[in-house]
Design a protein around this ligand. Structure first.
Ligand code: URA
Length: 226
């Protein structure tokens, strides 16, 4: 597979990692992703698969969350046990397709605070246009995970991260399902401090800004629109 703009290395966990990009090629994720890519997979199954994959990706993107020890009592004795430290996580969905990943993330982290960034892509310029922005308070004190299934040109993702930084966010991670090399390169250039976690790094963008081989329009496939 031709991968432009990035030079991944395989590590012994079976993940492809670079300082800013982690491709989680776990067999369960890859199997489910293959089903999602198949154009014959119906909407309801597509949505369910995305939810399941987001559980597995959530595991990776939250790997380095800070924990602190607290004293609890088991039925047998007192012990020091770890719990997530600091303010609640902020999950930020980049509308509308981000909501598919958000649902699964919330299954695992139900106490997370939730924000939304509404950006649509101008089909001619492929540039992002903002129409909605609402995020939790104290963004500067939270780990922020921005979610959008498709990192394509990277223009909307980079614009969404700009907005999150303007709102004070300092510790931001970006979670997607599929990434194009062009999008990864754009994000690295605009936000080298934001690590990206994805299930796959695809080959290229086509002239319409779609990821190839990809899975088509994630929002349309998720919501049954055209
Ligand atoms: N957005 C999508 O939904 N699909 C792509 O391939 C690119 C951007």
């Amino acid at each position: 597979m031709a991968r432009q703009g990035v030079s991944p290395e395989q590590n012994f966990f079976g993940k492809t990692t670079m300082s800013h990009l982690t491709v989680v090629d776990h067999p369960l994720i890859q199997h489910k992703l293959t089903l999602m890519r198949d154009k014959n997979t119906p909407t309801s199954v597509f949505r369910q698969l995305l939810r399941e994959i987001s559980h597995l990706l959530a595991y990776e993107v939250t790997r380095s969350l800070p924990v602190a020890q607290k004293t609890i009592e088991t039925p047998l004795m007192e012990m020091q046990a770890p719990e997530l430290a600091g303010r609640k996580l902020a999950l930020v969905s980049i509308l509308r397709a981000g909501n598919g990943l958000l649902d699964g993330m919330l299954d695992l982290i139900p106490a997370a605070r939730v924000g939304f960034v509404g950006l649509y892509r101008d089909e001619e310029t492929l540039q992002p246009v903002q129409y909605y922005f609402k995020v939790p308070d104290h963004m500067d004190e939270r780990v922020v995970i921005a979610v959008d299934p498709m990192l394509a040109t990277g223009n909307s993702s980079a614009a969404a991260i700009d907005l999150l930084k303007k709102a004070g966010a300092k510790d931001i991670r970006f979670l997607c399902l599929l990434a194009a090399p062009e999008g990864v390169a754009r994000m690295k250039e605009a936000h080298p401090d934001v690590p990206i976690v994805t299930a796959a790094l695809d080959e290229r963008l086509n002239e319409l800004g779609y990821i190839e081989p990809g899975l088509g329009d994630a929002g349309d496939r998720m919501f049954g629109t055209k």
